[in-house]
Write a new protein. Sequence first.
Length: 335
Amino acid sequence: MIDLHTEVVAPPTAKRILMLIHGFGADERDLAGLLPYLDPEGAYCVLLPRGPEGVAGTPGYAWYQWDSSGAPDIARFTESLDALDALLDSECEARGFERSEAIVGGFSQGAGMALALALRSGPTMPKAVLAMSPAIPGPPLPVLVDPESIKGLPILIEHGTEDEIVKVANARSLARDLESRLVPVTYLEFPMGHGVAIEGIEAARVWLAEVEAGELPSVPVPDDPQEGPVRSVTTALFAREVLQSELPVIVDFWAPWCQPCRQVSPIVEQMAIMRAGAYKVVKINIDEEPSLAEKFGVQSIPMIALFRNGRLERVCQGAKPRPQIEADLGMLVIP
């Protein structure tokens, strides 16, 4: 069994355990800064464990890592989960708190560990789960306890709509999976990337008060936003959507960090609307689809490409006005 280094914040006013599990590349101090906002009255004995895996090139730690193919190390995931399980048991016993009254939470990889700890079969479930930008090793969810039992397990999921590390679609899918099992899920989104919003901490404090009062709060997952006129295409869809298209296809190669890409994006959307029925317009995030970028020689972005009859025909480099892009692609320029 792994012995986890753990910092403990134990105010004399504490009534139950709160375990906060850090994310990939961080350490046990990472989430301690949230305590003045999350627990200003010192109602919790807070456990801050450190992941067992060092992360190369950083001073931080992880709960598990990935192999060269991108697959998570499930054996290490399970070992870490067992260690967190044992830590929660031992600290509850040593400090005289009920495990069934404990709250487990975390950020990113740590949030995934908190969910797994609560949902796995066997041990007594904690009282609730706080999952901030959760990342889980992969579908399906960890082995669940009795389906009837988890109907009384409140779970708060908070996520950023601009998260490029753990996509918001993943969080929505996770929340909907739990909802389908009749778990009381409170799902909240914030306009941020992969992080923690102060508004989210304030919402978590309110949620904790409701849970402590014996409530089962829930907020449903919102409907997915309608996709705009320019559809995102992945490597898996490229042949069907681009190479096999009966219409000529304009492809916007871009990345979220690229400011010129953001400048040209509304122009590409305008072209999609103006050329509807004559051209198909799609976009490819080169960070997510590097093999496509390499295949078609994308060395700088934005790069707007025209494909016709399964072949790359012409390209336009850089952020330019719409008439110039159309001219570079050999299209009839629309005033």
